[in-house]
Design a protein around this ligand. Sequence first.
Ligand SMILES: [Mg+2]
Length: 305
Amino acid sequence: MIAGIVARNAELAAMGGVRVLVPPGDDMALVELAGRRVLCAADQVIEHRHWDAGTPLELVARKALARNVSDIAAMAGVPSCALATAAFAADAREADAEAIAEGFRRAGREFRCPVVGGDVGMHAAAGAPLVISVSVLAEPGPSGRVVTRAGAHPGDLLCVTGRLGNAWGAAGTGRHLSFVPRTAEALELVRILGDRLHAMIDISDGLAVDARHLAQSSGCSVEVDAAALPCAQGAAWQSALGAGEDYELAFACEGMPPAEACGTPVTVVGRFIDRQPPWVTAIVDGTRLDAGNLGWEHGLPERAP
Ligand SMILES: [Mg+2]
């Protein structure tokens, strides 16, 4: 649907004096505005889909902002500010709005990305799901480099930061509520790797799906070694590859990456190869499996894992 919106509005962008340098379809759009390059993106979280009932709303607000800041990390950007909207059920309590406001205040300070405006609305119905939408603005980092999903070459290594899998946790109380977006690590990778860093994405839908995004955007395929996956505690390789909500970075790198970035471990988990179906292959005990459809894609009927 996003592609359709872009196609219908592409010719209108110039009316606002905006040049679209990277259109939506990457983690963020990059536009040139009054001579400056600005990264912008919007993302939303929906009750029962992105958090379980009973989750403190301060943490929900934090997650709503954090996953947007994770998209900034994916582009190697530096957060500027955010806007937020919330659509409450008709029977929502005042305390709910206050919890969300406080969650945004704390998260804005933590991520150096203050929420500077927005809107609050009410559903007509009692019990309607809470929906929180956040838009973020960011600037390129000190090097001026913006890293997109396109640019991986056959022979590049597929690398990830941190640990993967089991992010939803027991009863929905796992890392997806507490992760720290990898903005510092992304800038460090740009600094260390320079032009050897070819493409990057953050892992929201699961490594299999997000590696497929890297591969498809770059016109490559990618092989993932299941045995190399840095599994989080309690996570099997299937969860590390497909469960999603990790908000780590996955990137294509020419030659070996550093062992860590800003203290966060970096692991080589696969390799890009010439384009050939399938897009993503998992190598499990010497057997090759089509892994491109593992993982969570928002918009499907299933809830996040
Ligand atoms: Mg993303």
